[in-house]
Design a protein around this ligand. Structure first.
Ligand code: NAD
Ligand code: MG
Length: 396
């Protein structure tokens, strides 16, 4: 039987998830066509991708980069170059595409991801920040449009694979008692608290198991990534943090687990390679080759599990608290984190300042009901402003 051809828009094409997605797509020319590629400002990388995948559209969020890309491609390439957020939203909702990979990093991904959701696409969600910022409204938009939301974050994809498809958003009906969310613990898992203040961006980005973009690498090191993922899991699977227990599992082979009332615990295992969840989402419910090395459990030998250290890594607790406050608090947490991580990567604040900045911003920004996307975006900018003030005071 020949597979249905999927027409894919890839938001965040030049990034870590974007390139892994293209690697899976490249292996299956009979299944996937690239309809549009979108990224921020790397026009040279985009030119290379356009020449290989021949999309109908290429979007550069940065208008100057769009001009450069147009020049690079020249006339007759067959690729129309668009610019800015309007261009991103246009390709995300274009009727000619049925599948959208949402792999822009950070809050910048929210508008285009939402455009894909509203247009009822199959949305492959890597951009967890979009869901953290606007969870309730985002899921409401999914229900309203009938979009097919598939998690790409490895943990959430693992949970999704362990759930009965009919009960992805009704864990109680499925007899599920707990989600066991695994975490690698990051590069500083065993570092004494007094050394954390002097770690460098390079150390923070040297993840023991996963090769990822710089922002998510810092989030993994601070455990904010697990905090964002806790919130992400609550929205995706319609549950709350009381039903989710974070397990530090340094081997990163079990990508998460689901516990059932009868004592069964189902897990999804695999090499730490994002091409597995990406291929799972692209081909769902079918299974396709992802180019991933087979798992060699003899070579791995042992699995370990620890509780997360909430004292050394306060970001996980801050995220849980923001979720329980509700309303705009998670959007504020996310915005403050993005600003603090950017400042850390620029060498302007210390690693240990990240949770301090976030906590200050959360304390100073009143929680409002998350009743519209405008409210979310307004709180996001307010929080960024406060975070920048805090960063100036904190600066090393
Ligand atoms: P990355 O930094 O490698 O790539 C980010 C991509 O987003 C790039 O293509 C960049 O051009 C684009 N981008 C950045 N700002 C933009 C803007 N304003 N407008 C348009 N495009 C913009 O990041 P990544 O590691 O690929 O992560 C992408 C997303 O996937 C993040 O939300 C991350 O949390 C999530 N995620 C990543 C991994 C991973 O293994 N890398 C795993 C799980 C989830
Ligand atoms: Mg993850």
């Amino acid at each position: 039987m020949t597979a249905v051809i999927r027409h894919v828009t890839l938001l965040g094409a030049t990034g870590s998830i974007g390139l892994s997605t293209l690697d899976v797509v490249r292996r299956h020319p009979d299944r996937f066509r690239v309809h549009a590629l979108a990224a921020s400002s790397r026009d040279a990388d985009m030119e290379t991708l356009c020449r290989e995948f021949l999309p109908r559209y290429a979007v550069m969020a940065d208008p100057d980069a769009a001009v450069r890309l147009r020049e690079r491609l020249g006339a007759g390439s067959g690729v129309e170059v668009l610019a800015g957020v309007d261009g991103l939203c246009q390709v995300a909702s274009d009727p000619a595409a049925d599948t959208v990979m949402a792999a822009i990093v950070g809050a910048a991904g929210l508008s285009p991801t939402l455009a894909a959701v509203r247009a009822g696409k199959r949305v492959l969600l890597a951009n967890k920040e979009a869901l953290v910022m606007s969870g309730g409204l985002f899921m409401e938009a999914v229900r309203h449009s009938g979009a097919e939301l598939l998690p790409i974050d490895s943990e959430h994809n693992a949970i999704f694979q362990c759930l009965p498809p009919a009960h992805v958003r009704n864990l109680r009906a499925a007899g599920i008692t707990r989600i066991l969310l695994t975490a690698s613990g990051g590069p500083f898992r065993n570092m004494p608290a007094d050394q954390l203040a002097t770690v460098t961006p390079e150390q923070a980005c040297a993840h023991p198991n996963w090769a990822m973009g710089r922002k998510i690498s810092v989030d993994s090191a601070s455990l904010m990534n697990k905090g964002l993922e806790l919130i992400e899991a609550c929205w995706l699977f319609n549950t709350d943090p009381g039903n989710i227990e974070v397990h530090v599992h340094p081997e990163s082979i079990i990508h998460s687990m689901v516990e059932y009332a009868d004592g069964s615990v189902l897990a999804q295992l695999g090499s730490p390679d994002m091409r597995t969840p990406i291929a799972n989402g692209l081909a769902w419910p079918e299974r396709i080759d992802a180019g991933v090395a087979p798992l060699d459990l003899f070579a791995i030998g042992r699995f370990h599990f620890e509780r997360p250290d909430m004292q050394r890594f306060p970001c996980l607790g801050l995220a849980a608290e923001a979720f329980s406050q509700g309303g705009t608090a998670p959007a504020v947490l996310n915005a403050a984190n993005e600003e603090a991580v950017a400042a850390f990567l620029q060498g302007r604040v210390r690693f240990t300042d990240i949770p301090v900045i976030i906590e200050q911003v959360l304390c100073r920004t009143p929680v409002a009901p998350a009743d519209s996307f405008d409210t979310i975006f307004a709180r996001d900018s307010e929080a960024r402003q406060r975070a920048r003030e805090q960063i100036r005071q904190q600066a090393v």
